[in-house]
Design a protein around this ligand. Structure first.
Ligand code: V55
Ligand code: FE
Length: 497
């Protein structure tokens, strides 16, 4: 086999395609804190086979999950592909069967009817299950200890949508899972299915609605009493798929809609707030205050993905694409349908995270990958792209930004906040991130003190391999892992090969 000689599959982004483990990772700086016990999980695309059509976009690789298990100052690493139906079919065939990203019309006939999901975007722990998520398909359950695949999970048949978001929210106060599927009646349909599942993982509420147009709804927002669907003009179209075109296109003639509905209300009309076109991808958090909803997201003037074309063929605009953490405010007490946007940081940033105990509520701190904008001479031109050279912590109370520069010829992946065990305040904990080292072509795992992000790192561990760019992940503390091990008897057979 041979992968195409294009940046998506070369250099640091060359396919990893390696499964295995490294016990007791080497610590090259500092010391791993003994009060950091649990496991950090992250997932990203890593193609098993070269693209069927000769080239592909970076979002379409098979989900590769990595696990870093922390115990008494030691860290063990394990990495394994999710055995999705797609992965298993292609492994059995010994060749790629699925074509372009979210375009089933480009598949080999033998792929017909098999789920195209890659499980490559996020890891969720909820209701005693670990799920690998991709927004175009159903979740796939994996074992949080071995990373072996258990199989697709449809909530005992209650997941009636064809899809489920990779960005569900857990209300920490109740353990409730709030999630949705878009393109819920099939690719490019404007249908959205909204669900809530109780702390045991049983779906207890379902409601269907229609977006004003079909688009990528990558993330959404949840507050104590409301949910908000951001509809941004990265549009999809069935005819374009049939013509063999890309799944999404940027259509700046369309407005942004923010659809607000009260939680767990089967009937209340969706209220659509309307604004000028712009791109918004990931939610940091959202909360409400006296009838106003504040929604903190990374927002750019234009689409961030260079591989989804402008609908009329205009060239990709890298300056307009730069995302900044911004706050949308919607006043539900007023009759008007407008909303405001306020920039929360003048440093570009994406992959926002929080202390998950504060999800859906007023909060003070957020963590994200940021771009200093200072060009790195070893990486010409990279400063307008997506190389994140800073890990930032924003303090919404003071407006202060603390940041850690991850080094020359280096970039951070999504920073994960881990609360310190027994913490008494929101900000107490660690920030963990995988760092790409482009000069030596390997990955480091960096641990920062969340209250001293700009100080000396707590520890740096080094991996004897390269983990290409991933997306999102989660943390399970040692208590959650122990509970899971105790309940691990009589689970179904696990998918192998
Ligand atoms: C994103 C990632 C995806 C996807 C859609 O914003 C959006 C990121 C890794 O897959 O299918
Ligand atoms: Fe995402």
């Amino acid at each position: 086999m041979r992968f195409p000689d294009v940046p998506t599959f070369r250099g640091f982004q060359a396919p990893g395609r390696f499964e295995g483990e490294v016990r007791d990772l080497e610590v090259v700086q500092g010391e791993v804190p003994r009060d950091l016990n649990g496991a950090f999980y992250r997932v990203g695309p890593d193609p098993q086979y070269p693209p069927l059509l000769g080239n592909d976009i970076p979002l379409n690789g098979d989900g590769m999950v990595s696990r870093f298990h922390f115990e008494d100052g030691r860290v063990d690493f394990r990495t394994r592909w999710v055995r999705t139906p797609k992965f298993l079919a292609e492994r059995a065939a010994g060749r790629p069967l699925f074509g372009a990203y979210r375009n089933p019309f480009t598949d080999d006939p033998s792929a017909g009817g098999i789920s195209r999901g890659t499980a490559n975007t996020n890891i969720l722990w909820h209701g005693g299950r670990m799920l690998a998520l991709k927004e175009d398909s159903h979740p796939v359950e994996i074992d949080p200890i071995t990373l072996e695949t258990i199989g697709p999970w449809d909530y005992d048949g209650a997941l009636t949508s064809a899809t489920a978001t990779a960005h569900p929210k857990v209300d920490a106060a109740t353990g409730t899972l709030i999630f949705f599927g878009y393109a819920a009646r099939g690719e490019t349909t404007p249908d959205i299915a909204y669900y809530e599942a109780d702390a045991n993982g049983h779906i207890v509420f379902e409601r269907w609605l229609q977006a004003p147009y079909s688009s990528m709804v990558h993330d959404f927002a949840v507050t104590e009493h409301h949910i908000v669907f951001p509809i941004v003009p990265l549009v999809s179209d069935l005819q374009r798929l049939k013509d063999g075109g890309p799944h999404f296109a940027w259509d700046p003639s369309k407005p942004v809609y923010l659809g607000v509905l009260p939680r767990r209300d089967p009937e209340a009309p969706v209220r659509w707030f309307v604004g000028d076109p712009r791109f918004a991808s990931h939610t940091m958090n959202a909360f409400e205050e006296n009838g106003r909803i504040h929604l903190d997201m990374s927002v750019g003037d234009s689409v961030v993905f260079p591989f989804f074309p402008e609908i009329n063929g205009a060239p990709f605009d890298p300056e307009a694409a730069v995302p900044y953490l911004s706050r949308f405010t919607l006043d539900t007490t007023k009759p008007t349908d407008d909303f405001t946007q306020t920039r929360l940081s003048d440093v570009a940033g994406e992959f926002p995270r929080i202390n998950e105990a504060y999800a859906t509520r007023d909060y003070r701190f957020g963590y994200l990958s940021m771009q200093s904008g200072i060009p790195d001479p070893t990486m010409p031109g990279s400063y307008t792209g997506m190389r994140f050279d800073l890990i930032g912590r924003v303090d919404h109370r003071t407006g202060a930004l603390a940041s850690h520069y991850v080094g020359d010829a280096s970039a951070t992946q999504e920073p994960m906040f881990v609360p310190r065990s027994g913490a008494t305040s929101e900000g107490e904990g660690y920030v963990i991130a995988l760092i790409n080292r482009y000069a030596s072509m390997h990955s480091d795992l960096l641990i920062l003190d969340a209250e001293n992000v700009d100080g000396e790192p707590v520890a740096t561990l080094t991996l004897p391999l390269r983990l290409r760019n991933g997306l999102h992940g989660t943390w399970l503390d040692s208590g959650q892992l122990a509970d899971h091990e105790a309940s691990r008897t009589d689970r179904p057979e696990q998918a192998s090969s």
